[in-house]
Design a binder for this molecule. Structure first.
Ligand code: ATP
Length: 305
C-alpha cells in the first residue's frame, strides 16, 4: 500500500459553539482525483483550510504529503496548489505583474508552464486584476495554483465562476492533463455533473460528517433505484439500506445502498424490480436529502447495530 497523500482521522473542528466537522476520516491516494461533495455549509472549505494549515483542528490527526499541516504549513505551500473559492488578489496589479510577483514564493515555479496556461486561458497580460471578469479571475487563480507543478492540487469549487463551455474545457483538458501527469487532485464541488466524468473517488460530506467515501464506479454499482411494490420494502430494508422512497405510479421507487443484496432477496421472492441506474447527482441527493418512512427505519434499525 502506498502512503496516502491526504489522511484525516477522526478530525473535529468547532467555531465557538458551532461544531462544523465531526469525526471526519478521509483518505486520498497518490494520483487520485478525489471529488469532495457537500451542500453549502457542509464543511468542505473548513476541511480544506485544515489541510493547508490555515486553521487548526480541535481533535484528530491530519497528514498531507506526509506532513502535519498544523506544523509544516510553509513547506506544504510549496508542494500544494490551491485554488480558493473566493480568491483574493491584488486588484491594482496587472496580470503579468501578479504572476511575476507570485513566482519567487515557490521553489518549483515553471515560467514556461505559467506562460502556456496564461495563453491557453486567454488571459490579458496587461489588464489590471480588478478589471478581470469573474471567470478570468478563476483562470488566473488556476495559473497561480498550478505553475509550480504541485504534487497535490486542491480546487475549492473551481468551476463556480466559469461559463458552461469553459467548465467543460476545464474538466476535459485541465483535470485530464493533471491526471496524465500523475498529480493528486482534491476537487470540492456541488456541480456534480462536472465532477462525475473525472472523479475516481467520491466522499459525501453532510453537516460536518462523512456519509460515504467510495470509488465512483463502486458507488454507482452499489446505489440503485429499485421500482417495486410497496409491501416488498421491508424485505429490502432487511438486507440493504434504503436512502429514499417516493411513489412511482402504483409502486414505489426506492433508492438503496447495497443494491446487489436487495436484488438477490427480491429474485428469491420471484419479484425482480425495475432497476434504474443513477448518476452522481441523484446518488448525492439520496444521501443528503433522502426521505424514508419512519416505519421502514424501524425495520432497518437492527442493521445499524
Ligand atoms: N471562521 C469561521 N467562523 C465561524 N463559522 C465559520 C467559519 N468558517 C466557516 N464557518 C461555518 O462553518 C460551516 C461550514 O462552512 P464551510 O465554508 O466549511 O462549508 P462549505 O461546505 O465549504 O460550504 P460552501 O459550499 O457554501 O462553500 C458553515 O456553517 C459556516 O458558516
Amino acid at each position: 500500500m502506498s502512503t496516502p497523500v491526504i489522511s484525516l482521522k477522526s478530525v473535529s473542528k468547532s467555531f465557538g459553539k458551532s461544531r462544523v466537522l465531526r469525526d471526519v476520516s478521509l483518505t486520498v491516494e497518490p494520483g487520485q482525483t478525489f471529488a469532495f461533495l457537500g451542500r453549502n455549509g457542509a464543511g468542505k472549505t473548513t476541511t480544506i483550510r485544515l489541510l493547508l494549515g490555515l486553521l487548526k483542528r480541535d481533535a484528530g490527526e491530519i497528514s498531507v504529503l506526509g506532513l502535519d499541516p498544523a506544523r509544516d504549513a510553509l513547506t506544504l505551500r510549496d508542494r500544494v496548489g490551491y485554488l480558493a473559492e473566493d480568491q483574493a488578489m491584488y486588484g491594482w496589479m496587472r496580470v503579468e505583474e501578479l504572476v511575476r510577483f507570485v513566482a519567487p514564493f515557490y521553489t518549483g515555479w515553471d515560467h514556461d508552464l505559467a506562460s502556456r496556461y496564461l495563453r491557453e486561458f486567454e488571459l490579458p497580460l496587461a489588464t489590471k486584476i480588478k478589471h478581470l471578469s469573474k471567470g478570468q479571475c478563476v483562470r488566473l487563480g488556476l495559473v497561480l495554483a498550478l505553475a509550480h507543478r504541485p504534487e497535490l492540487v486542491i480546487l475549492d469549487d473551481p468551476a463556480l465562476g466559469l461559463d458552461p463551455i469553459m467548465r467543460k474545457q476545464f474538466n476535459r483538458d485541465l483535470i485530464t492533463h493533471l491526471q496524465g501527469e500523475g498529480r493528486t487532485v482534491l476537487y470540492s464541488s456541488h456541480l456534480l455533473d462536472e465532477v462525475e466524468p473525472v472523479a475516481d473517488m467520491v466522499a459525501i460530506l453532510d453537516d460536518g460528517r462523512v456519509l460515504r467515501q467510495e470509488e465512483t464506479e463502486t458507488l454507482r454499482a452499489d446505489v440503485k433505484r429499485l421500482v417495486l411494490r410497496r409491501e416488498l420494502l421491508p424485505l429490502v430494508a432487511r438486507v440493504a439500506r434504503v436512502l429514499d422512497v417516493r411513489p412511482d405510479g402504483d409502486d414505489v421507487a426506492a433508492t438503496v445502498e447495497g443494491a446487489e443484496a436487495a436484488l438477490a432477496v427480491l429474485a428469491r421472492e420471484g419479484t425482480p424490480p425495475r432497476v434504474v441506474d443513477l448518476n452522481l447527482d441523484e446518488i448525492f441527493e439520496a444521501y443528503v436529502a433522502g426521505r424514508v418512512d419512519p416505519e421502514l427505519e424501524t425495520v432497518q434499525e437492527p442493521q445499524a447495530i
